[in-house]
Design a protein around this ligand. Structure first.
Ligand SMILES: [Ca+2]
Ligand SMILES: [Ca+2]
Length: 460
């Protein structure tokens, strides 16, 4: 059978095609071409803090960022902050080839004061030499957050990429950055690339649909509201980031040791005393100050804001959609040491290297010892997490002394009694598991396409 196109259809076709293409989400490959492990290179940097190798620009492509005292890397820092002649870093790729940039990911995390962390960055490309000429392709603005921040870029060919650091968060000493990742755009004109782009678009639609379902409370499980709490349990419910108070959450504490929860990393233990180990955060037991009985809780060795952390995972290292976190500050330590503010981050990647996404800053409320001894619930906007990292940023009841850091009421330790984690639930989240399966097919397709292209390149 021969198809006859209507002349009107033929007339609109040239317009319809680019419109449809621009409406689609652009796909990028999964391989970080800036990473040294993948052949990426730092060609030049304008300066290094005190010419100290520990802050070399090579740290920008080592695949890891500073995340506490055990970190292998500190990131890069310039030796000045000059708002006129900006500092910059130039990157190149394996085999000196021209790549087609589609996405950049920057993580500001370094061990330097947060005022020095990079803020406004201009991305420039050169297809010719490492001296330019340079074409600006994106202006990006980073959050002051130790997380991998993604920015799509209109597909642009580049033999060299220059990052020009236009501003930081308020220091005149240096500008600092933890890691740079670059990803190639997937060309929609090749058939596999086109298929990948369509699948990615469809998965994006499904994700948005599920978010709408979650936000409208269309799911199973228990709906938490202040009215639903048992009057016998005084609990403070805080809604994080407009949690809407109607997020349906599961009834099982998936962080609990007997439900498969586990500690996968931590910064330190008070006097190396096992009775203050991080496993005490998920043992389902809290210290009772009146009887002097019960589990001690976790306590760190020393406290400075954002240096102490605990990372936890779940049974079989599975990824869960998190909807609620419960903290209980009570521990067998002076309440000057009890955690007051905790930054929570999530990753679906590695518990060592992330990439980490900020979930919420949880503030444990209450002035008195008793007010702070109760479970405090935090409803968070649903977030996928294979691992959750809890970073401790303030302790004590919030005593403010002259010339002292208000975040530190004791520099001896920060402590916490218990962490509970609950899932956000849709209808058993069948849609969520379907999205996960499609996503892994998408990732396999991208790898396959890259291998096909590499194979074609080597046989040419
Ligand atoms: Ca790094
Ligand atoms: Ca406990």
């Amino acid at each position: 059978m021969k198809r006859i196109f209507h002349p009107l259809f033929l007339a609109i076709l040239p317009f319809a095609v680019p419109l449809a293409a621009s409406a689609q989400a652009r796909s990028t490959d999964t391989l970080d071409i800036a990473a040294r492990a993948n052949g990426g290179r730092v060609i030049a940097s304008t300066s290094t803090l005190d010419s100290d190798k520990a802050y070399s620009a090579d740290n920008l492509i080592d695949g890891t960022v500073w995340s506490g005292p055990n970190s292998k890397t500190r990131g890069w820092a310039s030796d000045k902050f000059d708002p006129i002649t900006h500092d910059s870093v130039i990157l190149g790729f394996a085999g000196n080839r021209v790549v087609n940039i589609g996405k950049i990911v920057l993580n500001p995390s370094t061990d330097l004061p947060r005022e020095r962390w990079a803020k406004d960055v201009e991305v420039q490309t050169s297809t010719d030499t490492a001296e330019g000429p340079w074409t600006p392709v994106a202006q990006i603005s980073l959050k002051q957050s130790a997380s991998a921040q993604e920015f799509p870029i209109l597909p642009t060919p580049a033999r060299f990429v220059r990052l020009v650091f236009r501003s930081n968060y308020g220091s005149d000493r240096a500008v600092a950055l933890g890691e740079v990742s670059l990803y190639e755009a997937i060309d929609t004109s090749d058939p596999v690339g086109g298929l990948i782009t369509r699948l990615e678009g469809a998965i994006g639609d499904l994700r948005r649909y599920r978010e709408v379902q979650l936000e409208s409370g269309n799911g199973g499980g228990q709906t938490v509201s202040t009215g639903a709490l048992s009057p016998a349990t005084v609990q403070l419910v805080q809604l994080i980031d407009g949690g809407e108070g109607r997020v349906p959450v599961g009834k099982t504490n998936i962080a609990l040791t007997r439900n498969g929860g586990k500690i996968v990393a931590y910064s330190s233990i008070f006097d190396n005393d096992a009775s203050f180990g991080p496993d005490k955060l998920i043992d389902g037991d809290n210290f009772n100050a009146t009887t002097g009985k019960g589990s001690n809780g976790w306590a760190s060795q020393g406290f400075a804001p954002n240096r102490e952390y605990v990372t936890l995972g779940f049974a079989q290292d599975r990824t869960h959609l998190i909807g609620k976190i419960v903290l209980n500050a009570v521990s067998n330590q002076s309440d000057l040491r009890w955690a007051r503010r905790v930054q929570v981050q999530a990753t679906t990647g590695s518990f060592k290297d992330g990439p980490w996404k900020d979930v919420a800053a949880l503030n444990i409320k209450g002035k008195s010892f008793l007010e702070r001894s109760v479970n405090q619930e935090f409803l968070v906007r649903p977030v996928e997490a294979k691992y959750l990292r809890f970073i401790f940023s303030a302790n004590g009841p919030g005593i403010v002394l002259p010339n002292a850091d208000p975040n530190i009421n004791s520099d001896r330790s920060v402590s916490l009694g218990e962490i509970e984690v609950y899932e956000a639930t849709t209808n058993n989240d069948q849609l969520g598991s379907l999205i996960s399966r499609f996503s892994s097919v998408l990732s396999d397709l991208k790898t396959l396409r890259r291998k096909m292209q590499d194979g074609a390149a080597t046989t040419e």
